[in-house]
Design a protein around this ligand. Structure first.
Ligand SMILES: [Zn+2]
Ligand SMILES: [Zn+2]
Length: 238
């Protein structure tokens, strides 16, 4: 009985169809090779903030914003622009209670990170406990845990907490976003020298900057920001 169930599971897992087209066999990321090619990969981005650059060919550059004032984080790594179908998967996972869509996203992020500098610890962008009660889960924590497992790096859901239940960042402009978050994150213990902070999307980078400041003030030297998707600057709402 066990063998039969196990064989059925193996058959299912080896013959699963792509979650995007439903037509072709999926790879380990649950997406088929044709759909993988069509994803909105960022091919040329600022080496610091990962903002997609519009210059034609791939180059090793820091964008004018980061040149003017270097952000507190060491580097943002983002495989995708926040566009279809990645935006749809993230929204389904975040707001429609379909957390299973986080699994392929975490697999895609893990694959993208294989040749990148790795930190000593992986943490999620924390949610305030009231927000966590409303949503039932922190999508960033589910992503971070799976990525940490895939890469064999320790994960902590406790190092950084959000003590103040701030307004939704999407309701605010850039300046108000920064003020809204000030002093809302706290380290509960000393961080290691290098930490990666995982989130689903990065828009203006205000949250990443605030968290990086808090981690650095607590003794962390390198703060990497790992996200699934980056909103291109021209698409910022404010
Ligand atoms: Zn497909
Ligand atoms: Zn930049």
């Amino acid at each position: 009985m066990f063998t039969k169930t196990k064989n059925n599971w193996l058959f299912y897992s080896q013959n699963r169809l792509c979650i995007l087209c439903g037509l072709h066999p999926a790879s380990a990321t649950q997406v088929c090779n044709a759909c993988l090619d069509d994803l909105p990969w960022i091919v040329n981005a600022c080496l610091c903030c990962a903002n997609p650059l519009t210059t034609g060919k791939q180059s090793q550059v820091i964008c004018p914003t980061c040149q003017k004032k270097r952000p507190p984080f060491t580097q943002v790594i983002a495989p995708f622009e926040y566009r279809f179908p990645i935006d749809q998967l993230i929204q389904l996972a975040k707001f429609n209670g379909q957390a299973h869509y986080l699994n392929p996203l975490a697999e895609l992020l893990s694959e993208h990170l294989r040749d990148k500098p790795l930190p000593e610890l992986i943490i999620p962008v924390p949610l305030h406990r009231k927000r966590l009660q409303e949503r039932q889960y922190n999508q960033a924590a589910l992503l971070a845990k799976r990525v940490a497992h895939n890469l064999g790096i320790p994960f902590s859901n406790r190092l950084l907490i959000k003590e103040t239940n701030t307004r939704h960042q999407a309701e605010l402009d850039r300046q108000a976003r920064s003020k809204n978050l000030r002093n809302s994150f706290h380290c509960t213990s000393s961080p290691p020298a290098s930490v990666a902070v995982v989130d689903d999307v990065m828009t203006t980078g205000t949250t990443a900057a605030e968290i990086s400041k808090v981690l650095k003030a607590a003794g962390c030297q390198q703060v990497y920001i790992w996200i699934i998707a980056r909103t291109p600057k021209e698409l910022h709402l404010f």
